[in-house]
Design a protein around this ligand. Structure first.
Ligand code: DMJ
Length: 697
C-alpha cells in the first residue's frame, strides 16, 4: 500500500474523515432527538452494506455472531467464517490494504449516504409500529426506557441494543410528514433492493446458514434451495391430512416451547430475548405473562396457567414508579386481566384489573380530555411523548372496549365516560376524508394534526376496528359508532382500494397529501377479519366479499416471501408490465411474529368453514417454526423475510406472539364454534375476549 504523501494529502484525508465523522454525529444526534434511538443509523449502515455487496466492493455479508453487529468481508480476502476473519485482521489493517481509490470511494459513499439517505431512511420508519410496537411499525419507542437494564441470567451480558426501539411503530410525527416526499428516493431504494436481491440470490449457495444456532435441528429442514422452493409455492404441508387434534397439538407445542423460553430466561419480566437467553423490560410488569394468561386457559394448559396465576397473586404490583403507554397497557394488561377474569371467574384478575384501570385514569387529565400517551402508574401523573403534545389516533380510540367493560363490572361510570368523550370528539372533528381519520390529535386543542395522511395501517388501524367492536359489545344500539364505521369502509373503497399488477391482488394503500401510495402495512391485515365480523353481524354482504379478497392478498404477502413470512410493510406494483405484484424495501423486511393475518384467517374460517383458510394458517405456523423458533426456548422476530439462509434474528419475542398469534392459530384450527363464540365475545385488539354485554346478546 502506498503511503499518502505530504501535508496536502494528510489535510485532505483529515478533512474528509472529519466531514464523515461530523455527518455521522449529526445523523446520530438528529436520529436520537427524533426517535429516541439510533435505529436510522443502523438502517443506513445496513443499506450501505447491501449496496456495497451489490457494487462488488465486498464479496459477502457473513452473519455476525450477534445481530447487532455489521460485518463484511472484503473482496479478495478469501472465504472463512466471520469470527476467524475478524480475529485475523483488524479493521485498520483491512483499510490499509485498500487502494486509495477504494478508500476514497468508500469515504465519499459514506458521506453521500449520510446526507442523502437520512430523509429516505426515516421515511421507512414512519408508522409502526409494533414495537412495536405495534399495530406497530417500528422502529421507535413510545416512551423512554425507565427501568434499569435487565440483569443477565447465566450468560455474559449482550451488547446493548435498541430492541424495543427497533421494533416500535409509534414515532415522532416529524417522520410522518416525510411520507409525502417519497418519489425518487423511494424508487431508488426499490432499485437497490432488487439489485441486492438478485446479487444475494447468486451468492446464496455460499452463504452461511444460521439455523444450527437457533433452530431445533431435528425439526427444521435444511436451509437449501429445496426448502426455498417449497416456501415459494403452495406445496408446503397442508393440514387437510391432519386431524383437528394434531393441528391443535401443534399450536400447543409452539406455545409450550415459547413458554419454556420465557420461564427459563425471562420469568416475570416483560419480554423474552431468546437468543441471548435473557429478557427486556418495557413497563416492568410481566407483560408476556399477563398477555398469555387467557391463551393458556383457552389452550387447556392448566399447569402453566396455575403457575402464572400464582405469580400474578404474589408478585404483580402496579404500585411502581414507572411510565407506561396508555394504549399498550390497556390492551395488553387491562384487557388480559379482564378476559381472564371472565374465562375463569377468579376475582384475583378483576381486582388487578381495577387496580391498573384506576391508575391509568390520570392520562385523561388534559385540556382537551383527549388522553396523553404516557402515565406514571405509581405517581399518578401523565404526559405526552417528549417530542410532541400529540397523541396517536389509534391509541386514544382503541382503549374503549376495556374501559367500558371495567365500568360495567365495577358499576363505576368514570371509565366509560372518559373513553366515550374521546369517541364523541373524534366523531365531530374536522379533517376526515370520507370517514378516514388522520393519525394524530393534539391533546391541548383536541384537533387532528399532521393532516393529509390516511391509512388503515399504523396509527389509525384499530380506530376502525373499535368502531365496529364497540357497536357489537354494546348490543348494536350505538348508531353513531356504526355510522362512523360504515362511512369509513366506504372511504376505504373510494380512496384506498386498488389492484396490483400483474395478478390483480386487491390491496389497501394510503393517501399522502392527495397522492395515492401503494404501501400496505402488515397491520392492515386485521381488516379482512373485521370486515367479516361486520358482515356476520348484519352489515352489507359486499363487506364479506372484500374481506375474502383482502385475505388472499395478506396470504400472498406471506407465501411470496422466501421464508414464507410476511414483511412488516409491502409495496404493490400497479404499472402494466410489472413482473411481480409485491416489492419489499430493505428497511421493511422484518417480521415481528405479528398476529393480524392469522387473526383474519380465524374469522374467515369461522364464518365460511372454507378449509383453505386453515391450510394457509398451517403454512404460516410451519414457517414460524422453520425460521423463528429458537432451540433453547422461544421464538424470535427476524430482520429479513427475504433471506431464508440468514433471516437475521432480532432476539425478541413480542408478548403478542403468545397473547394473539398462537391464540388465533389455535382458534383457527378448532372446529368448535363455541370455543369463544363470536356471538358471545368480542376480541379486543390484543385478542383478549370480552363479553358482549348480556342485556344486548
Ligand atoms: C398488538 O399489540 C395489537 O394487535 C395492536 O392492535 C397492534 N400491534 C400488535 C400486534 O401487531
Amino acid at each position: 500500500m502506498r503511503r499518502l504523501p505530504g501535508l496536502v494529502h494528510y489535510v485532505k484525508l483529515t478533512t474528509i474523515l472529519t466531514t464523515v465523522n461530523v455527518t455521522l454525529v449529526v445523523v446520530v444526534v438528529v436520529d436520537y432527538t427524533h426517535t429516541g434511538c439510533i435505529s436510522n443509523v443502523t438502517l443506513m449502515l445496513d443499506t450501505l452494506r447491501a449496496y456495497a455487496v451489490y457494487k462488488g466492493w465486498v464479496t459477502d455479508m457473513h452473519p455476525p455472531s450477534r445481530q447487532d453487529y455489521t460485518s463484511v468481508s472484503v473482496a479478495g480476502q478469501g472465504g472463512g467464517s466471520y469470527s476467524k476473519q475478524w480475529r485475523r485482521q483488524s479493521c485498520w489493517r483491512t483499510w490499509k490494504q485498500l487502494s486509495r481509490l477504494q478508500r476514497s470511494l468508500i469515504l465519499v459513499v459514506l458521506f453521500v449516504c449520510g446526507v442523502a439517505s437520512y430523509p429516505a431512511v426515516t421515511e421507512h420508519l414512519r408508522g409502526l409500529s409494533d414495537g412495536v410496537q405495534d399495530r406497530g411499525g417500528l422502529l421507535m419507542p413510545v416512551t423512554p426506557r425507565v427501568l434499569p437494564e435487565p440483569v443477565q441470567q447465566g450468560q455474559p451480558p449482550p451488547q446493548p441494543t435498541s430492541q424495543r426501539k427497533l421494533s416500535h411503530r409509534r414515532g415522532p410525527p416529524i417522520l410522518q410528514s416525510r411520507l409525502q416526499k417519497k418519489g425518487n428516493a423511494s424508487d431508488s431504494v426499490v432499485e437497490e433492493d432488487k439489485a441486492a436481491d438478485s446479487k444475494r440470490e447468486e451468492e446464496e449457495e455460499g452463504a452461511i446458514s444460521w439455523r444450527g444456532v437457533v433452530i431445533d435441528t431435528d425439526k427444521a429442514t435444511d436451509g437449501s434451495r429445496e426448502s426455498k422452493e417449497n416456501s415459494l409455492g403452495n406445496q408446503r404441508g397442508k393440514p387437510s391430512n391432519k386431524s383437528e387434534a394434531e393441528l391443535l397439538e401443534a399450536v400447543q407445542e409452539a406455545f409450550l416451547h415459547s413458554w419454556k423460553g420465557y420461564k427459563d430466561f425471562a420469568w416475570g419480566h416483560d419480554e423474552l430475548r431468546p437468543l441471548s437467553k435473557s429478557y427486556s423490560e418495557w413497563f416492568g410488569l410481566g407483560l408476556t405473562l399477563i398477555d398469555a394468561l387467557d391463551t393458556m386457559w383457552i389452550l387447556g394448559l392448566k399447569k402453566e396457567f396455575e403457575e402464572a396465576k400464582s405469580w400474578v397473586a404474589t408478585e404483580l404490583t402496579f404500585n411502581k414508579n414507572v411510565d407506561v403507554n396508555l394504549f399498550e397497557s390497556t390492551i395488553r394488561i387491562l384487557g388480559g386481566l379482564l378476559s381472564t377474569y371472565h374465562l375463569t371467574g377468579d376475582t384475583l384478575f378483576l381486582d388487578k384489573a381495577k387496580d391498573i384501570g384506576s391508575r391509568l385514569m390520570p392520562a385523561f387529565n388534559t385540556p382537551s380530555k383527549i388522553p396523553y400517551s404516557d402515565v406514571n402508574i405509581g405517581k399518578g401523573t401523565a404526559h405526552p411523548p417528549r417530542w410532541t403534545s400529540d397523541s396517536t389516533v389509534a391509541e386514544v380510540t382503541s382503549i374503549q372496549l376495556e374501559f367500558r367493560e371495567l365500568s360495567r363490572l365495577t358499576q363505576e361510570p368514570q371509565y366509560q365516560a372518559a373513553v366515550a368523550e374521546v369517541m364523541n370528539q373524534v366523531h365531530r372533528m374536522d379533517g376526515k376524508l370520507d370517514g378516514l381519520v388522520p393519525m394524530f390529535i393534539n391533546t391541548n386543542n383536541g384537533q387532528f394534526t399532521h393532516q393529509g395522511i390516511y391509512t388503515m395501517g399504523a396509527r389509525a388501524d384499530s380506530y376502525y376496528e373499535y368502531l365496529l367492536k364497540q357497536w357489537i359489545q354494546g348490543g348494536k344500539t350505538e348508531n353513531q359508532l356504526l355510522e362512523d364505521y360504515l362511512q369509513a369502509i366506504e372511504g376505504v373503497k373510494k380512496n384506498l382500494l386498488q389492484k396490483s399488477s400483474p395478478n390483480g391482488l386487491t390491496f389497501v394503500g394510503e393517501i399522502s397529501h392527495g397522492q395515492f401510495s401503494p404501501k400496505m402495512d402488515h397491520l392492515v391485515c386485521f381488516l379482512p377479519g373485521t370486515l367479516a365480523l361486520g358482515a356476520h353481524n348484519g352489515l352489507p354482504a359486499d363487506h364479506m366479499a372484500l374481506a375474502k379478497e383482502l385475505m388472499e392478498t395478506c396470504y400472498q404477502m406471506y407465501i411470496q416471501m422466501e421464508t414464507g413470512l410476511s414483511p412488516e410493510i409491502v409495496h404493490f406494483n400497479m404499472h402494466e408490465g410489472s413482473t411481480r405484484d409485491i416489492d419489499v424495501k430493505l428497511a421493511d423486511r422484518h417480521n415481528l411474529l405479528r398476529p393480524e393475518t392469522v387473526e383474519s384467517l380465524f374469522y374467515l374460517y369461522r364464518f365460511t368453514r372454507d378449509h383453505k383458510y386453515q391450510d394457509w394458517g398451517w403454512e404460516i405456523l410451519q414457517s414460524f417454526n422453520k425460521y423463528t423458533k429458537v432451540s433453547s426456548g422461544g421464538y424470535t422476530s427476524i430482520n429479513n423475510v427475504r433471506d431464508p439462509d440468514y433471516p437475521s434474528p432480532r432476539d425478541k419475542m413480542e408478548s403478542f406472539f403468545l397473547g394473539e398469534t398462537l391464540k388465533y392459530l389455535y382458534l383457527l384450527f378448532s372446529e368448535d364454534p363455541d370455543l369463544i363464540s363470536l356471538d358471545q365475545y368480542v376480541f379486543n385488539t390484543e385478542a383478549h375476549p370480552l363479553p358482549i354485554w348480556p342485556s344486548a346478546a
